[in-house]
Design a protein around this ligand. Structure first.
Ligand code: MN
Length: 278
C-alpha cells in the first residue's frame, strides 16, 4: 500500500513539474485558461454548451453572434441540439437569414428571429432564443415578468410579450414558430429597444452586447422567473426593484460568470479532441 501511494505521489510530482514547464513556456498569463483568447466561433460553441448545461436550451433553441468583421452577417450553428454543436457546425448568414455558403447544412427554421433583430437593433451583438420552462407561465397568464433581484435589473419595468396570433395571418402551418422574415420583423418590433421579449406559449428572445452578456442575461432572466413565481406563491405583495433600481446592468456584462461557465465546457471539448487524436 505504502509503496503504491509513494508511486502515485511521484507521478503527481512529475506531472506538476511538467505543467510548470508548460506554464513558463506558454504566453498565456498565470491564472488564465490556455483557451482564454478564443475566436468568435469557439465562443459561439462555448455559448451553446453553457446554455445547454444551464438548462436554458435543451434539444431546441439557439444562440447567435453578429460577425465582428461584417455587421450585416451573423454566425449560427446548423440545425442541431445546442449541446452537440462544434466549430464545424457554425455557419454564416446574411440579415435575410440566408446562409452565405450555398452548400450549407440545413438551417434552423426560426433563424429569422436572429436576422431581423440584428437588422432592427444595431446595438445588439448576440441573440438567444430559448424555451426555458420558467419563462413560459409569464407569457400566458398576463402576469408581467418583472425584475425581482439585482441580477435582473437590466429588465427595466417588465418583459414585453409577443403574440404571434396577431401577425401570422391565415397560414395554416407552423402556427407557433417564427418561420419567415415577416414574423421575425414583428417579433423584433415587440422586442423594441428592450433586452428581452417573451413569446406567448413558446419561449423568449434575449439580446445582448456580446455572447457573455446574452448568456448571462438568459440565465438570470430564467432564474428571475423561478424566483418571481416563488415570491408570488408566498405573498400577494412582492417588492420588486423600483424604476431607479431597474436600470442597471450586471456591472461587468456577465464576464465573470462567462469565465466560470466557459472553463468546464472548454476543458470537456479539449478532452474530446485529445481522445479523438489518440
Ligand atoms: Mn422556438
Amino acid at each position: 500500500m505504502k509503496s503504491s501511494s509513494l508511486t502515485r505521489r511521484d507521478l503527481l510530482g512529475s506531472m506538476l513539474k511538467a505543467s510548470a514547464v508548460v506554464a513558463i513556456s506558454s504566453p498565456v498569463a498565470a491564472g488564465q485558461s490556455p483557451h482564454a483568447s478564443s475566436t468568435p466561433v469557439e465562443d459561439l460553441v462555448a455559448a451553446n454548451r453553457i446554455l445547454a448545461q444551464q438548462g436554458i436550451l435543451d434539444g431546441y433553441g439557439h444562440v447567435s453572434v453578429r460577425d465582428d468583421a461584417t455587421a450585416n452577417r451573423y454566425l449560427l450553428s446548423r440545425s442541431l441540439a445546442p449541446a452537440l454543436v462544434t466549430a464545424t457546425d457554425v455557419q454564416y448568414y446574411d440579415l435575410d437569414s440566408n446562409p452565405l455558403d450555398p452548400a450549407a447544412q440545413p438551417s434552423f427554421i426560426e433563424r429569422f428571429i436572429h436576422g431581423e433583430i440584428y437588422r432592427a437593433r444595431p446595438d445588439v451583438r448576440a441573440v438567444v432564443h430559448s424555451h426555458a420552462p420558467s419563462l413560459i407561465p409569464f407569457g400566458v397568464t398576463g402576469i408581467p415578468l418583472k425584475p425581482l433581484y439585482h441580477m435582473t435589473a437590466f429588465v427595466g419595468e417588465a418583459v414585453p410579450v409577443f403574440e404571434i396570433r396577431k401577425v401570422r395571418g391565415n397560414d395554416p402551418k407552423m402556427l407557433m414558430v417564427v418561420h419567415n422574415p415577416a414574423l421575425g420583423l414583428a417579433l423584433a418590433k415587440s422586442l423594441g429597444a428592450k433586452p428581452a421579449v417573451l413569446m406567448r406559449g413558446h419561449g423568449a428572445v434575449i439580446v445582448g452586447s456580446s455572447l457573455p452578456h446574452v448568456v448571462g442575461r438568459s440565465v438570470y432572466l430564467a432564474l428571475n422567473a423561478t424566483l418571481q413565481a416563488q415570491a408570488m406563491a408566498l405573498s400577494g405583495n412582492v417588492n420588486y426593484l423600483d424604476p431607479q433600481e431597474a436600470r442597471e446592468d450586471v456591472p461587468d456584462n456577465c464576464q465573470r460568470a462567462w469565465e466560470l461557465w466557459k472553463r468546464p465546457v472548454q476543458e470537456a471539448g479539449c478532452r474530446k479532441q485529445e481522445a479523438g487524436r489518440s
